[in-house]
Design a binder for this molecule. Structure first.
Ligand code: SF4
Length: 82
């Protein structure tokens, strides 16, 4: 995955992208916003998000999204059938 070499999070504390605690709590929301702000400046955000969506359920902020947001995106992308 050559795009990973251009990931700007390589220069950040990896813990920033893995907020711990209740996702609705103040400190967790602040950390999530900080991680997303890094992702917004990242030149490989799209590739990162595609990779995370393909990878399936996974903790952390990837491509500027939380796991919960990726789950919602995946539900919209996959037809429910029937
Ligand atoms: S989009 Fe975010 S998590 Fe993905 S490589 Fe870029 S900075 Fe890292």
């Amino acid at each position: 995955m050559e795009w990973r070499e251009r990931a700007i999070c390589l220069a950040e504390d990896p813990d920033l992208f893995f907020p711990v605690g209740n996702s609705g709590s103040g400190p967790t929301l602040i950390q999530t916003d900080e991680a997303k702000a890094v992702c917004r400046r990242c030149p490989v955000r799209e590739q990162c998000l595609d990779w995370a969506l393909d990878a399936g359920p996974m903790d952390g902020i990837w491509g500027g999204t939380t796991e919960q947001e990726r789950r919602a995106m995946a539900r919209r992308l996959v037809p429910s059938g029937g």
